[in-house]
Design a protein around this ligand. Structure first.
Ligand code: FCB
Length: 460
């Protein structure tokens, strides 16, 4: 294969999220989050797994940062747990919770690794959950207060701030189909949550800027929505609908000044949009410096005018849209492997929403990795050639987007460590570093060594 070089200063890194790796659920005054509650609700998470211990990163961060440095990572994206900073979601800040991130940031900087902070990766304080979570407008205001507190402690050393991770998941999986915390199933609540999440972003972004933050952005999981049949008008209509509910409902208010009319009409058929108040869209549309893009697989849809479609995670699409089962060799999540979808997606965003630099904030794959056994030295290497192939394909796709003119600034692999994969618990391994959950032993997989080489050559 051809050798590819990435632009100078292309940012290579890895990503994680607080609830998925930290553990230490009761340490230093951390309050409960909606994921603590949800994971304890029977039947919600695979085998009742919880994030109580996870990768114990809270206590092992120094070892983890040393490993990041060994692999040559230039950036590390992590999230701050709101329930550590404000155990009740509002009110007094818990300094011991912030101390952890203080230590983490110092450890990263000491190794020359840029911290990229995500302020919200789904672990809403339970007491805010009790008051309606993201269906309550006050949560957006509280989020900005919390963001200000985190910036107050870390802002002298952290340059890159992103507000939310994948609000689509928070809203549609949390309040729509109930697969994620808090597990509600209410189409109207899902759309209400979309708006309050975006409002929370807008309020937090404004507060961060006022406090002097240099780079402010948000991470979405925009979808590459494709028709089952390129020549079918019904499929084209299904693409338009799903694209509206997945992409334009977030991208338009963030980057084009307001919600698209067709999407608002769809929402209004399900819930009276009284949550949308004067001035909200202006706030949400304030310019951002960076858009984080998480990509895993494409979405293929077919229109079903006969109403026989299965529906999906999109409120109000039941019957009208069929979501095609993924094809080809699948990952351990049952997800499709289609790198070209990443090129299409990046190009589409760059074309329809020009001017905002993009960063791939997540991309990666789960495979059932097991360490080989090579006594007496303990676990042997973890050979994960399928992950290397996935990452190689997607890096080539990202490079292709750059060569077509997309302003792509970097790539963060999901994930640095195997971790708590939400409703799937620990059974899905996304890490380039293997974690033995019994001993907490970290073993870099072959993909980690391969990635180390990619970073050192700045290319493939
Ligand atoms: C994304 C999440 C991340 C991880 C990956 C596999 O949707 O942001 O936490 O679970 O999927």
């Amino acid at each position: 294969m051809t050798e590819l070089r990435f632009p100078e200063n292309f940012l290579w890194g890895a990503a994680t999220a607080a609830y998925q790796i930290e553990g230490a659920a009761h340490d230093d005054g951390r309050g409960p989050s909606i994921w603590d509650t949800f994971s304890r609700t029977p039947g919600k998470v695979y085998q009742g797994h919880t994030g109580d211990v996870a990768c114990d990163h809270y206590h092992r961060y120094a070892e983890d940062v040393a490993l990041m440095a060994e692999l040559g990572l230039a950036a590390y994206r992590f999230s701050v747990a709101w329930p550590r900073v404000q155990p009740d979601g509002t009110g007094p800040v818990n300094p011991r919770g912030l101390d952890f991130y203080d230590r983490l940031v110092d450890a990263l900087l000491a190794r020359g690794i840029d911290p990229i902070v995500t302020l919200y990766h789904w672990d809403l304080p339970q007491s805010l959950g009790d008051r309606g979570g993201w269906t309550n407008r006050d949560t957006a205001e509280h989020f900005a207060t919390y963001a200000t507190a985190v910036h107050g402690r870390l802002g002298d050393r952290v340059d890159v701030w992103t507000t939310l991770n994948e609000p689509w998941c928070s809203a549609y999986l949390g309040y729509g189909n109930g697969l994620h915390a808090p597990g509600e199933q209410d189409a109207g609540a899902a759309f209400t949550a979309v708006h309050h999440l975006l409002l929370g972003h807008g309020l937090a972004a404004r507060a961060l800027r006022a406090a002097g933050a240099r780079t402010v952005g948000i991470t979405l999981n925009p979808a590459d929505v494709r028709p089952a049949d390129e020549s079918s008008a019904a499929d084209a209509a299904a693409v338009r609908l799903v694209d509206g509910l997945h992409n334009r409902i977030f991208l338009d208010p963030l980057l084009a000044g307001g919600y698209p009319t067709d999407v608002l009409e769809h929402v209004a058929r399900i819930v009276e949009p009284t949550f949308l108040r004067d001035g909200d869209e202006k706030l949400i549309a304030a310019p951002i410096d960076l858009l984080g893009v998480n990509y895993y697989q494409p979405t293929y849809v077919a229109g079903r005018p006969d109403g026989a479609g299965g529906g999906g995670a999109y409120p109000g699409t039941d019957g009208a849209v069929e979501f095609l089962p993924p094809t080809g060799p699948l990952t351990d999540m049952g997800w499709m492997v289609e790198p070209a979808g990443l090129t299409r997606l990046l190009e589409r965003i760059a074309t329809d929403y020009p001017g905002v630099p993009l960063l791939i904030t997540e991309n990666g794959a789960a495979y059932p990795d097991k360490p080989g056994t090579e006594p007496p030295d303990g676990p042997g290497p973890v050979v994960d050639n399928d992950r290397i192939a996935y990452l190689d394909g997607h890096l080539r796709a990202a490079h292709e987007a750059i060569s077509r003119g997309v302003d792509l600034r970097g790539y963060l692999v999901w994930s640095f460590l195997d971790n708590f994969e939400w409703a799937e618990g620990y059974r899905r391994r996304f890490g380039i570093v293997h974690v033995d959950y019994l001993t907490q032993r970290r073993t870099p997989k072959s993909s980690a060594r391969w990635y180390q080489e990619v970073i050192s050559r700045n290319g493939l």
